[in-house]
Design a protein around this ligand. Structure first.
Ligand code: SF4
Length: 59
C-alpha cells in the first residue's frame, strides 16, 4: 500500500486532495493538508499527479 506524505513547505492548501480523496487527506490546523488514512494505489497516484505544486509524495 502506498504511503503518501505531504511536503508542508510546498503545500498551498488548495484543498484539491482533501476534496478528491477525503479518506486519505484532511486539512490540518495550519490550513495545509495532512494524511489521515491509507488509500488504494490509484487514489494515491491520482492525488500525487493532481496536486498543483507537487506537494504529495508517495513512498
Ligand atoms: S492538492 Fe497539494 S497543494 Fe492542494 S491541499 Fe493537497 S497537498 Fe496541498
Amino acid at each position: 500500500m502506498p504511503n503518501p506524505k505531504i511536503d508542508k513547505d510546498a503545500c498551498i492548501g488548495c484543498g484539491l486532495c482533501v476534496g478528491s480523496h477525503p479518506e486519505i487527506f484532511n486539512f490540518a490546523d495550519d490550513g495545509k493538508a495532512e494524511v489521515i488514512g491509507e488509500g488504494d494505489e490509484a487514489a494515491v497516484e491520482d492525488a500525487v499527479t493532481s496536486c498543483p505544486v507537487g506537494a504529495i509524495v508517495a513512498e
